[in-house]
Design a protein around this ligand. Structure first.
Ligand SMILES: Nc1ncnc2c1ncn2[C@@H]1O[C@H](COP(=O)(O)OP(=O)(O)OP(=O)(O)O)[C@@H](O)[C@H]1O
Length: 704
């Protein structure tokens, strides 16, 4: 039988990850055994076998797979089988590592020497740079060297580098950039080993699962490498991720050694106050979790469920029957990496649209669902030909604690408000500072940096500048940045970085602000509601420009509805804790009514013939109301602003004026009238109530 080789289909060639030259070939399954000879597969228990019963091919319509009605029960059973295949997946246990490696001194010494030589020579170069005063000058070069050293030292160090690349509080920017390049262009391992791993893990021969598979990996990442294949039973294209052989062994020894260094630091290095061993344990636990591909599959499923209704997001589905602890089979995603601008544009797509989708999706992940993709580097984000943004690699997911989700939104509000005291206090809620740390020295540092940065408007602010600045402040004080926060910053910085390629003027904060505005205007959470009140009222005055801005921005968010706008605050108005707010609202209602009443008088005056005006003004040059130009100007501006806001609210189809009824009720309450204060205020307040009645078209209530 001769080896049957078929040319790769055009969709394969179009795939950007394929480094195969044109004319490369896929191996057809009937001949797989000719190109690669797998070991004989031992008979496996029946339960672990995969039935290769042919199922009908999915219908392809508009270039996308129609989702087949998957039998939920079948799916759960398949997931359970995958879980049982991963039952022996390692978990991180420092005690086990100690037991294992204390009895293997030669291995330990050999690896220690390897690491010490690599890192020692790097440290020595840094020392010389410092001595010769060229530390800053050589930063970029050294950062690139460290990236190469980590790649050479293998998966643990690649993971360590990837982790460090998210920590602006630990690494200078040059290192962050270089280390974030530790992505999917790492050394590969032999294909024969990968194929034999698939057979061993799934318990069936390769050709009973895939009708074809790429002869070499299309990508090699830190923990595994990825092949492109076609499922035999359905013909679907899939990506098959296979774990590096012996990886547990390698990272086990490395973590054993790194932990030893951690103990040393905890004991002898006083300037580092954090518990380094605990940090290492946390990190190692995450890496071990990433080694369990069934866990990754479950993460992907959870993520997919959250975004099931979002048509511009794509998350590959998992094939449980072909998944185990070391093999992950999922939908193949045809797409172009987000940093390959030209290729994206050749497909008629706009990078900025995709980045925007990424930003909106990240904000929802981080601040709404609290479950987020913690590794959104460009290799894990693809633009599909239909213009969707596809997420890959769910090995590292993270959760934002609920309190922190609100505190982050509040923090942005305080930042926009330049309320540095409140910003500093936020660090308690964000778990950056323990409650006993005094925040007062941090306030001037924040002011120094942000007063300068905020001389721009929000829409001009560069996120990276902010993050770097914040990083510099955090660096100087006893901050402990929780991992989720560092990852959030990383997510948004990555997206901003991608957008800047396409448009050097792109601003991630400007793109995010509509989301923040929407949440502020509509979220009933007390923390956010108070943040909104804080934003809208300053020194007892209502800031109409802030409201206008929030409405303009909020209405850009696709989920915004004016029907919900201001509801949390309006509800507070009638509630037991709303007394202070009621006073503010009444005062403001009086002010606005006066502005409208006086505005009408002035309009009438201005429309009169000159001789009548002279008569009414009675020789007063300042006009009938004896107002200065500045007073007049601010009155006219306020009136125009209120009208604009009213127009904004009414322009939305679903706006219902009755949402303002609570204000009317407050104005009519006897308690409210006393709060109104002055006699003139009291009269104007009644006038305000009547005006509002007219606007809302509700029957007049007799007021005393
Ligand atoms: N479903 C898929 N469709 C197409 N290509 C994929 C798919 N899954 C993975 N790839 C390719 O393989 C690369 C590596 O995959 P992945 O990031 O999941 O591996 P990893 O070992 O978890 O990597 P990392 O080092 O980032 O943790 C991706 O960047 C992408 O190029």
């Amino acid at each position: 039988m001769s080896l049957l080789i078929v040319p790769i289909s055009s969709s394969f060639v179009g795939q950007p990850y394929l480094s195969w030259p044109r004319g490369s070939f896929l191996i057809q399954s009937s001949n797989l055994r000719h190109s690669y000879r797998p070991r004989r597969v031992k008979p496996v228990p029946r339960a672990a076998l995969v039935e290769a019963t042919p199922k009908p091919l999915p219908v392809i319509r508009d270039g996308s797979f129609q989702v087949l009605a998957v039998d939920r029960t079948d799916d759960i059973q398949a997931e359970t089988r995958a879980l049982s295949r991963a039952a022996n997946a390692s978990i991180y246990s420092p005690q086990l590592l100690v037991t294992k490696y204390t009895s293997r001194p030669i291995e330990v010494v050999r690896r220690t020497l390897q690491i010490l030589t690599a890192l020692g020579s790097f440290g020595f170069k840094l020392f010389l740079d410092q001595k010769n005063g060229v530390l800053d000058q050589n930063k970029r070069r050294r950062a690139a060297e460290l990236r190469r050293i980590f790649t050479r030292l293998g998966p643990t160090f690649v993971k360590l580098g990837q982790g460090l690349s998210t920590r602006p509080d630990i690494c200078p920017p040059e290192y962050l950039e270089e280390l974030s390049e530790l992505q999917d262009a790492l050394p590969t391992f032999p294909d024969a080993e990968a194929f034999s791993c698939i057979e061993k893990e799934l318990g069936v021969p390769l050709d009973s699962i895939y009708s074809s598979i790429s002869p070499s990996p299309i990508a090699a990442a830190s923990l595994g490498q990825v092949y492109k294949a076609r499922l035999k039973y359905s013909g679907q294209l899939v990506a098959v991720k296979v774990q590096r052989p012996g990886i547990e062994e390698a990272i086990g020894l490395d973590f054993y050694l790194i932990r030893g260094v951690g103990f040393f630091i905890n004991k002898y290095v006083d300037i580092i106050t954090s518990d380094v061993v605990a940090l290492i344990d946390e990190f190692a636990r995450r890496v071990y979790q990433e080694l369990n591909y069934v866990q990754e599959g479950q993460n992907a499923r959870r993520f997919r469920k959250l975004y099931a209704d979002k048509e511009d997001i794509l998350v590959p589905d998992i094939f449980w029957d072909y998944t185990s602890g070391k093999v992950l089979t999922m939908d193949w995603v045809d797409g172009v990496k987000l940093n390959e601008q030209d290729a994206i544009e050749r497909q008629g797509l706009k990078v900025l649209d995709l980045v925007n989708t990424g930003i909106q999706c990240s904000l929802r992940q981080l601040l709404e669902y609290g479950y987020f993709h913690a590794d959104p580097h460009p290799g894990n984000l693809l633009a599909t030909p239909e213009g969707k943004l596809a997420f890959l690699d769910f090995g590292m997911m993270s959760e934002t604690p609920e309190e922190a989700r609100f505190a982050i939104i509040g923090h942005v509000v305080h930042l926009v408000n330049r309320d540095y005291e409140a910003m500093a206090r936020d660090y308690y809620a964000l778990d950056f500072l323990s409650p006993e740390v005094d925040v007062s020295p941090i306030v001037p540092a924040l002011r120094d940096f942000f007063d300068d940065a905020l001389s721009y408007t929000v829409s001009e602010l560069n996120f990276k500048t902010l993050v770097d600045g914040l990083g510099a402040v955090l660096y100087q004080y006893p901050f402990n940045v929780p991992p989720y926060y560092a990852l959030i910053l990383r997510s948004l910085t990555v997206l901003e970085g991608l957008a800047l390629y396409a448009d050097p003027n792109f601003k991630v904060l400007a793109a995010s602000y509509p989301y923040f505005a929407k949440r502020l205007l509509t979220d009933p959470n007390p923390y956010l509601r108070d943040a909104l009140v804080e934003l809208l009222f300053k020194d007892g005055k209502f800031r109409w420009n802030r409201l206008e801005n929030l409405l303009v921005q909020g209405s850009k968010d696709r989920d915004f509805s004016t029907k919900e706008a201001l509801q949390p605050v309006l509800k507070l108005l009638l509630g037991p804790g709303g007394e202070e707010l009621r006073t503010l609202v009444i005062k403001e209602a009086v002010r606005v009514t006066e502005v409208f009443t006086l505005g009408t008088i002035i309009d009438t005056y201005n429309s009169m013939p000159i001789f009548m005006r002279t008569f009414i003004a009675n020789g007063n040059a300042a006009g009938p109301l004896m107002m200065s130009d500045a007073e007049l100007q601010s009155m006219v501006e306020l009136r125009a602003q209120v009208l604009r806001i009213w127009g904004l609210l009414r322009s939305s189809e679903n706006f219902d004026p009755s949402i303002l009824l609570p204000i009317l009720q407050v104005l009519q309450q006897p308690e409210g009238r006393t709060l109104g204060g002055r006699v003139l205020g009291g009269i104007t307040q009644r006038l305000a109530a009547r005006l509002l009645q007219q606007v809302l078209r509700v029957p007049a209530v007799a007021s005393g």
